[in-house]
Ligand binder design. Sequence first.
Ligand code: FES
Ligand code: FES
Length: 167
Amino acid sequence: MTRISVKVDGDSFTDEVEPRMLLVHYLRERLGKVGTVVGCDTSNCGACTVHLDGVSVKSCNMLAVQADGHDVTTIEGIARNGQLHPVQQAFHDNHALQCGYCTPGMVMQSIDVLRANPNPSEEEIRVGLEGNLCRCTGYQNIVKAVRQAAGGTNLSPVGASQGSEQA
Ligand code: FES
Ligand code: FES
């Protein structure tokens, strides 16, 4: 067992964990942060996306021990004073979810996309979300939501040359 100290959604935790324990399992099973979900366990779907020191990571793709000394933010830590995060609100406003399974990861990745580029083109949004899979929505409303969160004034229409609706 290895002792780790992490800050998660603003709270500090110190725990003994097996060195092989994945971060997503630590968050869900030890801390009860079940808003972060597992879709594939093979780093393909992005459902498990959280922020490590403010940058998105797939929490099934790293070990809990690698988060030692770091600051983790999950979907459960982004609302403030009972108010949804602007990206959460934009997903709500634009019906950017159906079953909702991908949504925690999509929201966390969208925040990271906007952090890195507050004024992304539609193509940049799609590229930024390409590591997050959604089996329900066709991505269109997800892109609209990110557009709204970005201010809604910065996106060119979808070009015919872009072809696929896949993010
Ligand atoms: S559960 Fe982590 S990428 Fe799918
Ligand atoms: S809303 Fe169902 S997988 Fe995205």
